[in-house]
Design a protein around this ligand. Structure first.
Ligand code: PLP
Length: 225
């Protein structure tokens, strides 16, 4: 079941990459497993998936612990990160996608005991109540990251305004790419189940897919949504 869903998502990525003249291998599929049980991650891992994204530090650390036997698994923190949870998060995470302030960069840098990949989360649409920095703040956050030899600034991440219409994400993805190029970074973490094709067309190097792989998330205390 999950293996088939994964294969279908890979096909979507490949088709979008080809039609955009891109190498499909230049797009990393990150399976966002929030609210899903460790067994679902095991199933995806058995099908060849290695990169998994989680939104909540406690859920991340619990799953990483119960899945410690999965050699080669890589954990990505894709949810908002509070400074008081940095130590717990980076004990487990290989990549943090959600650095959105210089203070958070410093908190991570001060605690990183080994090299850690980070991305700066940008609120490209300037939505109120949403995490992510303003586009104008990216430079100062990158400067804060650069002070720590263990932090490697890989790129930029965004979550565009929610919409059922994938085309509504395009201008936001495009804006993120322009910003990424202006700062000379490598990665663009953008695109979810509804708009993965548009993201790949606009240059995504990491797409974060939950629903299309693991099914819909229930509404309940575990959904956090
Ligand atoms: C939940 C989530 C995703 C995956 O969303 P789907 O629509 O289920 O594919 C991607 N990125 C972030 C930051 C998320 O919170």
């Amino acid at each position: 079941m999950i293996a088939e869903r994964l294969a279908r998502v890979q096909e979507r990525i490949e088709a979008a990459a080809r039609s955009a003249g891109r190498d499909p291998a230049s797009v990393l599929l990150l399976a966002v497993s929030k609210t899903k049980p460790p067994e679902a991650i095991r199933e995806a891992f058995a099908a060849g998936q290695r990169d998994f994204g989680e939104n909540y530090v406690q859920e991340l650390t619990e799953k990483a612990e119960s899945l410690a036997d999965l050699v080669g698994v890589r954990w990505h923190m894709v949810g908002h990160l509070q400074r008081n949870k940095v130590a717990a998060a980076i004990r487990v995470a290989n990549v943090v996608h959600t650095v959105d302030s210089a203070r958070l960069a410093e908190a991570i840098g001060n605690r990183a005991a080994s090299p850690l990949d980070v991305l700066v989360e940008v609120n490209v649409a300037g939505e109120a109540q949403k995490s992510g920095c303003a586009p104008a703040e990216v430079g100062s956050i990158l400067a804060a990251i650069a002070r720590f030899p263990n932090l490697r600034a890989r790129g930029l991440m965004t979550v565009p305004p929610f919409s059922d219409d994938p085309e509504s994400s395009r201008p936001h993805f495009r804006a993120l790419r322009v910003l990424r190029d202006a700062h000379g970074l490598a990665d663009l973490s953008m695109g979810m189940t509804v708009d993965v094709e548009v993201a790949v067309e606009e240059g995504a190097t990491i797409v974060r897919i939950g629903t299309a792989i693991f099914g819909a998330r229930g509404s309940g205390v575990l959904s956090h949504e």
